[in-house]
Ligand binder design. Structure first.
Ligand SMILES: Nc1ncnc2c1ncn2[C@@H]1O[C@H](COP(=O)(O)OP(=O)(O)OP(=O)(O)O)[C@@H](O)[C@H]1O
Ligand SMILES: [Mg+2]
Length: 290
């Protein structure tokens, strides 16, 4: 199982007139391929600061971020931009869509910037829109889509260049709770079935039930939890199932259990057996069932 991203001893101190704030205060973290890690924390806990550091949008005061096998410490701005373009996908709370462009054109944008040929762009955009269950809405503009659909476009845009790592800062912050749950399910499905390493922040306790692993952030300090060893599934189930994540809209999260394909090259870790139980238990608590 490979670490897609590693943070070691991350510290980010902001200085202002009011003094110093240690927004991120000694965070060690490993994000693994195929997992959805949810970072939970109250407003001001440091979620955005941490995700900005992990996404090499900001530089740490201390510590380092390793993406793949590349230590990003001391890299130039353009080298960091290359890493972001090639390795990372970002999803934003405010969706960040261009209003005058259709869903298709919004998703296509990063590929245009990367200089991908027209034929390949079409193929990849179709694939990304299908992944998020929006093939039928490709020609609609953001204003003609619901909030949940707009965020699906945002997610399609984040994955269209096939990043290894998906970073989402409160992607459900502007959505009602039911839509938020379907978006979190979609992020989990993408992590499991597309072999992405996904890290998602939220302040919504209900959404953590969708996580493979949970990290609590409090005053810049991170506590990892979420099951024995927090071992995620390392699966890249290409072609498995064939179902679109859109089908998750009305289904229970159980349906996204890792496909039991004999072709899976990586055996499930022992801790994986407890994973569905943990999720089921969390869900029971969430729904208030006995
Ligand atoms: N550019 C900055 N300059 C000074 N202080 C900052 C800056 N950015 C963040 N902070 C401070 O760092 C702390 C963490 O902020 P951060 O935005 O990371 O929290 P958050 O968990 O994302 O909160 P929210 O849920 O409200 O988005 C806060 O105390 C904030 O005021
Ligand atoms: Mg924030």
């Amino acid at each position: 199982m490979s670490a897609a991203l590693r943070a070691e001893g991350l510290v980010r101190v902001f200085s202002s007139g009011a003094g110093e704030v240690r927004a991120v205060d000694g965070v060690d973290l490993e994000l693994v391929t195929g997992e959805l890690l949810v970072v939970r924390g109250a407003s001001g806990a440091g979620k955005t600061t941490l995700l900005n550091l992990l996404g090499v949008l900001d530089r740490p005061t201390e510590g380092r971020v390793v993406i793949g096998d590349r230590d990003t410490t001391g890299l130039s701005e353009s080298a960091l931009a290359d890493i972001r373009r090639d390795m990372l996908g970002f999803v934003f709370q405010s969706f960040g869509l261009v209003p005058v462009l259709s869903a298709r054109e919004n998703v296509e944008l990063p590929l245009r910037i990367a200089g991908v040929s027209a034929a390949e762009r079409t193929e990849r955009v179709d694939e990304a829109l299908e992944l998020v269950g929006l093939s039928g809405q490709a020609d609609q503009r953001p204003a003609e889509l619901s909030g949940g659909q707009q965020q699906r476009v945002g997610i399609a845009r984040a994955v269209v260049a096939r990043p290894r790592i998906l970073i989402a800062d409160e992607p459900t912050g502007q959505l009602d709770s039911r839509t938020a749950a379907t978006i979190m399910d979609l992020l989990g499905t993408l992590a499991h079935e597309q072999g992405l390493a996904a890290i998602v922040s939220t302040h919504d306790p209900l959404l953590v039930a969708r996580a493979d692993r949970i990290a609590e952030l409090h005053d810049g300090r991170l506590t990892l939890g979420g099951g024995p060893g927090g071992a995620p599934r390392a699966t890249r189930a290409e072609g498995a199932g064939g179902g679109s994540p859109a089908s998750d809209l009305d289904s229970e999260p159980e349906v996204e259990a890792a496909p039991a394909s004999a072709a899976e090259p990586i055996p499930a870790p022992a801790a994986d057996a407890s994973h569905p139980l943990t999720r089921a238990e969390l869900r029971r608590r969430r729904t208030g069932a006995p």
